[in-house]
Design a protein around this ligand. Structure first.
Ligand code: A5P
Length: 229
C-alpha cells in the first residue's frame, strides 16, 4: 500500500463515525470512497443497515456487492448527508471533481443533499483551483466546437477529449469529457457560468458552495476537519 493509500484509508475510517445505522446517504465515486466502502463492509456483515444513493454505476456495484441497498434519488424524500472525494479543494471548500468521470451524477446528488462532506488526502488541498485539469461533461454531438469555444476564451491552456483504451471515455450518462487545463482558476463561479453558457456543455467539475465540511488526512496520521458553512 502506498503512503497516500494509507492516508485515504485513515480518512475513510474517520468518516465512518458520520454514518449512523438506518441512514440513507449519498455516496461518491473514486478511490477514497472505495476505502470507505471497504471499511463499511465489516460493519454491514455485522448487521449494520444502510441505504445508499450512488453517484455512479461503479459505486452502485461496489455497495451492492457488500449487501448495502441502493435507492434512486427520485425515491428519496430528503438526503441529509453525502460523502464524496475530490480532485482539488480550496480554502473556501470550492472543489474540482470529475477525475473519475462521475461529476454529473455527483453534482446532482451533492445539490440534493443537506451536507456534502469531502474526504481527501492532503495532496488535494490547494490554495487556488486549477492545477488539476477541469473536467467538463459534454454532449458528443459537436463537442469539437465546444472545445474551440472554451479555448477561444484565452484562459484555457488546453482542452483534451478524455480517452479510454484509444476511444472516447463515455460517462454513465452517455456523454464525453473534455479535460480543460486552466493552471489557475481565479474566479471559479464566473468560469462555471461561462462554461454552462456554451451549448453542448452538460456539467462542469466545479463544485461551488456545495461542500459543507471536509476531512483532510495527513502523512502523520492527523485528520483535520474543515467547516465551510
Ligand atoms: C469522481 O468523478 C471524482 O469526482 C472523485 O471524487 C475524485 O476524482 C476523487 O477521487 P479519489 O478519491 O480517487 O482521489
Amino acid at each position: 500500500m502506498t503512503e497516500v493509500d494509507i492516508i485515504k484509508r485513515n480518512v475513510a475510517r474517520h468518516a465512518l463515525d458520520l454514518i449512523e445505522p438506518g441512514m440513507t446517504i449519498g455516496l461518491g465515486t473514486g478511490s477514497t470512497v472505495e476505502w470507505l466502502i471497504k471499511e463499511l463492509a465489516e460493519r454491514v456483515a455485522q448487521g449494520f443497515v444502510l441505504t445508499v444513493v450512488p453517484t455512479s454505476l461503479k459505486t452502485a456495484e461496489l455497495v451492492r456487492k457488500i449487501g448495502i441497498s441502493v435507492v434512486d434519488l427520485n425515491d428519496v424524500d430528503a438526503l441529509l448527508l453525502t460523502i464524496d472525494g475530490a480532485d482539488e479543494i480550496d480554502p473556501f471548500g470550492q472543489l474540482i471533481k470529475g477525475g473519475g468521470g462521475a461529476l454529473l451524477q455527483e453534482k446532482i446528488v451533492a445539490a440534493a443533499s443537506q451536507e456534502l462532506i469531502i474526504i481527501a488526502d492532503y495532496t488535494k488541498h490547494v490554495t487556488q483551483l486549477g492545477q488539476f485539469p477541469l473536467p467538463v461533461e459534454v454532449i458528443p454531438f459537436g463537442y469539437k466546437n465546444v472545445a474551440k469555444r472554451i479555448l477561444a476564451s484565452g484562459e484555457c491552456k488546453s482542452c483534451i477529449l478524455r480517452e479510454k483504451a484509444d476511444a472516447p471515455f463515455i460517462t454513465d450518462h452517455g456523454h464525453y469529457i473534455l479535460d480543460c487545463n486552466y493552471e489557475r482558476i481565479s474566479n471559479p463561479m464566473e468560469l462555471d457560468l461561462f462554461l454552462h453558457n456554451i451549448p453542448g456543455v452538460v456539467e462542469t467539475g466545479l463544485f461551488i458552495h456545495l461542500a459543507t465540511r471536509a476531512l483532510i488526512g495527513f502523512p502523520d496520521g492527523r485528520v483535520e476537519e474543515r467547516k465551510f458553512r
